[in-house]
Write a protein that binds this ligand. Structure first.
Ligand SMILES: [Mg+2]
Length: 237
């Protein structure tokens, strides 16, 4: 049934395939990154610029600009350094510091079953994680969930996407990249705003309840909902 109904399955990472406490992970992430930049810029200013440039990237709607281009253009302008001058700090951070943050991420017992159910149906699986991170940060978090990048046909990162969630263009761009009609795709995720926005692109949606993220003043509208365990069963149908 699922095989006849969908041509591709899209799934979110944080709070869906991995248990990650973003209220602890994000502060640890930004303060450690700020530490790498301490000889260039004072930490509080760095963090303000990091969030400022991230907001500009999330709100960008220019189809000609990759998310990474939007981010670094804005971020470098704010801190007054060229990308070439700070690239080694970012590379060192992801190589040496980011692995230390894995204490905030835990595998979920049913994530493997979801991935395997899609594989058994021979459907392409897309890791539709908000593309505000470089590939290395996404691959490492996948590893914390005991999943690997080769289980996915396509993984969205800041270096291969032109939009962020909840922009419906993000979902349309994925459909185009994997050569599927949006109405033949299912998007599953825990965020009532960012993940369910796939419906605006014409996709079917599945709200994963285990670590559901409610947004104020946003009434969730979805096609299906249930636990990650139920999603695995749903995909086996
Ligand atoms: Mg999520």
């Amino acid at each position: 049934m699922i095989r006849n109904r969908y041509d591709a399955i899209l799934i979110d990472l944080d709070g869906t395939l991995i248990d990650i406490d973003l209220n602890k992970f994000i502060p640890a992430y930004v303060s450690t990154l700020a530490g790498r930049f301490k000889d260039f810029i004072e930490s509080d200013a760095f963090i303000a610029h990091l969030f400022g440039a991230t907001t500009v990237m999330v709100e960008n709607d220019d189809p000609q600009k990759l998310n990474s281009d939007v981010f670094y253009e804005d971020f470098c302008r704010r801190i007054g350094y060229e990308y070439g001058e700070i690239k080694h700090l970012i590379d060192d951070f992801y190589r040496h510091d980011f692995p230390q943050l894995r204490c905030w991420g835990n595998k979920l017992s049913h994530s493997g079953a979801v991935v395997n159910a899609v594989k058994e149906k021979k459907l392409p699986l897309v890791l539709a994680t908000n593309p505000i991170f470089p590939p290395e940060a996404v691959y490492q978090r996948l590893g914390w969930a005991e999943l690997s990048r080769d289980q996915f046909k396509f993984i969205t990162t800041m270096e291969n996407m032109h939009y962020c969630k909840p922009n419906p263009n993000y979902y349309l761009e994925i459909a185009e990249k994997i050569n599927c009609q949006p109405d033949r795709c299912l998007m599953a995720g825990n965020d009532t705003l960012e993940d369910l926005a796939a419906a605006e692109a014409g996709m079917e949606t599945f709200l994963v309840e285990d670590y559901i993220l409610h947004r104020k003043d946003h009434k969730p509208i979805y096609d299906h909902r249930g636990s990650l365990k139920y999603l695995a069963e749903f995909l086996k149908q």
